[in-house]
Design a protein around this ligand. Structure first.
Ligand SMILES: Cc1ncc(C[n+]2csc(CCOP(=O)(O)OP(=O)(O)O)c2C)c(N)n1
Length: 952
């Protein structure tokens, strides 16, 4: 007899007579459909299999007496109750230190199941709980024991986790108490000491810097020892990097205590410029703030902690804008970058043990900001997976002045995580030991399953949203409770006194010491005034142009890469129609032939990895390309396997990481931005499906990519490809909202380009790759093509790749240049210039009065090159800027300033294009064609007219 059979017999052995008859009947129904029977019966059958009449001979508990039908019902009810405690115990848990009374639930009460204490005592524990520990003998013990576990100061939600192995692991760890922190007396004393420091720091700031915002941690002080614990685990495991992200709440405390930011530096930041008598000299602290700076509670920091003989663990807290939660994907990007080895061809080799993320969220923001969901959705995707993030919701019950009931439709702030099958624990921030246990469970789970884990740390907020804000006006009752509530350091000290671990006077002495130490630091700063920080300048390297960067490559290299890109692994069966496209590509570098956009782009990537610079390229449908031009991941039609031609190149010296992104902009772009910050050796490129979808990622552009260097000194060299062009596809598929990128352009914060030849794109990408790791690095925004992808006019001959470089200002092709006669200088950018090229070719006119130039890099604007050009046009009467975007959009508002400066006496500046519009484009393609043609014709019509009052 197998062990299993034995246990079956053992269980059903308790039933005989009419009872077993009833059970057998139920079993027949169950076999037809498990849903036919009561769920508790179903569970019995699932757990113990079929009832066996022959074995129903002995009554386990009552000798020969058979259990009655009533007994059976009681057993099944007890099983139901036990399961309910596991599932719904959190509803009754003691997780709110303040404010909220737990409303409880009938579901975990024996009465709900018709059970009395005696009923439960009559049931052997093992019938209800296979792993009941020693001392848990009967049903009543089981219920009490499990209630202690599930309804205490820590509660668990993992019913939504569908994976059997994970559920089993969680159940085991929770019910066998494996997650308990088991702190020694010394460790408890250290914990008390830490809490005294955390509280003392806030108290000192409160009284010293009266009425200054600091977003105190008080009410959630345990956040610091919890992070300490994370760091300890990481050090034990010799993890290279902990990447952290958090908002304002408690940030100064985390900087001081977890990142070891010197407190005198923090004190100094409370003093305003320019009279910064307390500012320590810059450099001595390794400050890397940008030149325009930020408020103190947005800065991040780094700290190295020794984690072995030669190893150290680096803790990084990301710089953070005010926009809540948007740092989440950025930190995930940091982590992936720290895990990827990009030194070899193919996809990078990821080692998830090298780094992990910790994200601290606000309770209102976690559920309210969609970016949280976007980031959680990244967590399981091949291109974005980082082996699990530990999330801590710093739950202080209020969002600014908004109560939870007004702020979310869910019971818990953490409920969003359930859809991603992320286990959740809620823990009372007033129980330090439970908080540490929550971290242990989260860390072990992440390590075992490489998945996210959420800790809902439930505390309160000692002050208002900030320290100048009066919360008693909006949450009067809550604050009556908070005002009367002892802080965690006090309640914990009482607990340790009771346990005989510390004395009555331990805490008062500790507090005194913390305060006097902080006071001494503060006083010493006053006695030793350090020089004030001079205005910080933008780095010199950012000021120059990039003309010195050479990007051409020899023909032999180009050809070899091109041929390599067309090779396929042995036995690979590609899609037939694609085969024809690649066949056409074969000859593109031959004499008299031209390489189209797709070929040129692939060559750029191939040559960049051949130079040893890794590339990461992502976006919606990017592997194929939204407009089916790229095809850098091919699918074997017989096996479904994929092949990336860049990976097969013999010249390749670095990884080429290409992925389709999920349908997300803010999350996906934020991730790439983070990746680019942490892997400055890599050319990171994000592609929008259509350019204006980038506006769903506006926060990442505004708060990070355009301004991070000036605010924080964070350097990114990433590229963004934003399909743009007026082709009759309607208001949402025409414009990448170029004007927005230009409006934010200043201090060489980024490059904004709109290029019209495949070779220009090749050189632009190669120039961007050359900037990787340099001080000159900066992001690149490209208005990328759609219909032009297949337009012969933008294809380039081999020579254009093997000679020259990127030209910010470009000659209009196919137009004779007659500088002497030119009366009009027509300038524009992007696809309209190709339309104009076509119109000129079709026209019978002689255009010797017309000089046409394309601005291929709109920012930095090629002022010098244009100035030189104008110098050479002796008879110039007017400069005309043409664009396809409406007048209030596109480049006009930006370039007109530059162009006006270039005008000489008697010359005028004129705008040709669509009038100001509220919508970027018309919806009707026919209307589009008519209007586009009008714009083109007006631009090349010799008679003046149109909107000439825009001149100087
Ligand atoms: C995207 C965004 N929207 C609004 C705000 C303004 N704001 C700052 S903090 C805050 C409340 C946040 O509440 P919660 O997430 O619970 O964190 P807490 O401040 O309570 O710790 C609000 C509305 C912001 N900073 N960012």
């Amino acid at each position: 007899m197998t062990q299993n059979e034995e246990s079956l017999e053992g269980f059903w052995g308790g039933f005989h007579g009419p009872n077993i008859g009833y059970i057998e009947e139920q079993y027949e129904l169950y076999k037809e459909d498990p849903e036919n029977v009561d769920p508790s019966m179903k569970e019995l059958f699932e757990k113990h299999g079929a009832p066996k009449r022959s074995e129903v001979t002995k009554d386990i508990q009552h000798g020969d007496q058979a259990p009655s039908l009533d007994d059976v019902k009681k057993i099944t009810s007890a099983i139901k109750l036990v399961e309910a405690i596991r599932r719904y115990g959190h509803l009754e848990a003691d997780i709110y230190p303040i404010g909220k009374e737990t409303d409880g639930t009938k579901l975990v009460k024996p009465e709900t199941y018709g059970l009395s204490e005696d009923d439960l005592r009559d049931i052997p524990a093992s019938w209800l709980w296979e792993y009941a520990p020693q001392g848990v003998d009967n049903g009543y013990d089981v219920v009490r024991y499990l209630k202690d576990i599930y309804t205490g100061t820590i509660s668990f939600e993992f019913d939504h986790v569908n994976n059997d192995e994970e559920r089993k692991w969680l159940l085991e760890h929770i019910e066998a108490g494996k997650y308990h922190a088991d702190l020694s007396a010394d460790e408890k004393k250290q914990l008390l000491d830490r809490l005294a420091h955390v509280e003392g720091f806030e108290n000192f700031l409160h009284k010293t810097f009266v009425a200054q915002k600091r977003f105190s941690i008080e009410g959630l002080e345990m956040m610091v020892p919890m992070l300490d614990r994370v760091v300890k685990h990481a050090i034990d495991d010799q993890v290279d990097n902990i990447m952290m992200g958090m908002a304002h709440r408690g940030r100064l405390s985390v900087l001081a205590h977890v990142l070891s930011k010197p407190v005198d530096l923090i004190f100094s930041e409370f003093h305003y410029s320019p009279d910064k008598e307390l500012v320590p000299s810059e450099g001595s602290r390794g400050i890397n703030y940008g030149w325009s700076g930020d408020v103190k509670y947005h800065f991040g920091g780094t700290r190295e902690v020794k984690s072995g003989e030669e190893k150290s663990t680096r803790i990084t807290l990301a710089n953070n804008p005010s926009h809540l939660e948007f740092v989440n994907p950025v930190v995930a990007g940091f982590t992936r970058a720290a895990q990827d080895d990009r030194t070899e061809t193919g996809y990078p080799k990821q080692n998830i043990d090298k780094a992990f993320s910790v994200l601290i969220h606000g309770d209102a923001a976690f559920i309210g900001e969609g970016i949280v969901a976007e980031t959680l959705n990244l967590s399981g995707l091949p291109g974005y997976h980082i082996g699990g993030t530990i999330h801590v919701i710093a739950n202080n019950l209020v969002g600014y002045t908004t109560d939870q009931e007004e702020g979310r439709s869910t019971r818990y702030a953490s409920d969003l995580a359930k859809g991603f099958e992320i286990p959740v624990v809620h823990v009372n921030a007033d129980d330090p030991i439970a908080c540490i246990a929550a971290i242990k469970l989260a860390y072990e789970y992440r390590k075992t399953f490489n998945k996210d884990f959420v800790i809902d740390l439930v505390g309160y907020r000692r002050y208002g949203h900030n320290e100048m804000d009066e919360p008693r006006a909006t949450q009067p009752l809550l604050y009556q409770d908070i005002d009367n509530h002892p802080s965690v350091v006090h309640s914990f000290a009482d607990r340790l006194i009771e346990e005989g671990i510390v004395e009555e006077d331990t805490l008062p002495k500790l507090k005194e010491k913390v305060e006097s130490d902080l006071q001494a630091i503060y006083d010493s700063m006053k006695e030793n005034p350090t020089p004030s920080i001079d205005t910080i300048e933008m780095p010199e390297e950012l000021e120059g142009d990039l003309d010195h960067i050479e990007t051409a490559i020899p023909f032999e290299t180009l050809k070899s890469l091109h041929d390599g890109l067309l090779e396929r692994p042995e036995g690979f069966t590609g899609f037939k129609r694609l085969g024809r496209i690649f066949k056409r590509r074969e000859k593109m570098l031959d004499e008299g032939q031209k390489a189209d956009w797709g070929a040129a782009e692939a060559l750029a990537y191939a040559s960049i990895v051949a130079d040893g610079t890794p590339i990461r390229l992502t976006g919606q449908d990017t592997e194929r390309g939204t407009f089916a031009h790229r095809h850098l991941v091919l699918h074997d039609v017989e096996t479904g396997e994929t092949y990336c031609p860049v990976h097969g190149l013999k010249e390749s010296e670095a990884s080429f990481d290409i992925h389709n992104s999920p349908l997300s902009e803010a999350g996906a772009l934020g991730f790439e931005y983070g990746y680019s910050i942490h892997s400055q050796d890599t050319l990171v490129i994000w592609e929008a499906q259509f350019g204006d979808f980038a506006n769903a990622a506006q926060v990442i552009f505004d708060q990070f990519i355009s301004s991070a260097r000036a605010k924080w000194g964070d350097k990114s060299n990433m590229g963004m490809l934003l399909p743009h062009g007026y082709e009759g596809q309607g208001p949402e598929h025409s414009s990448a909202r170029l004007e927005r990128f230009l409006q934010m352009a200043a201090e060489n914060n980024w490059i904004v380009a709109n290029v019209t030849s495949s070779a220009q794109f090749f050189h632009l990408l190669r120039r961007q790759a050359a900037l990787c790791g340099c001080e000159e690095a900066r992001p690149l925004v490209v208005m990328s093509p759609k219909s032009l992808l297949r337009n012969e006019r933008v294809a380039s001959e081999a020579q254009e790749f093997t000679e020259g470089k990127f030209q910010p200002l470009r000659e209009q092709p196919n137009l004779a240049v007659n500088k002497e006669n030119a009366k009009r200088l027509l300038i524009g950018s992007g696809k309209i210039m190709v339309d104009i090229e076509e119109a000129i070719e079709k026209s019978e006119e002689d255009f010797d009065w017309l000089r046409v130039l394309r601005v291929e890099q709109i920012y930095p604007f090629p002022t010098k090159a244009l100035e030189n050009e104008i110098e050479e046009l002796p008879n110039l009467e007017e400069i005309v800027w043409v664009q396809e975007e409406p007048q209030n959009m596109g480049s006009w508002n930006f370039v007109s300033d530059y162009l006006r400066q270039l005008l000489k006496d008697g010359q005028t500046l004129r705008y040709v294009g669509r009038p100001k519009r509220s919508s970027p484009s018309v919806g009707d393609p026919n209307m589009h064609r008519i209007v586009q043609e009008q714009v083109v014709q007006e631009a090349i019509n010799p008679s003046k007219g149109g909107n000439s009052n825009e001149g100087n």
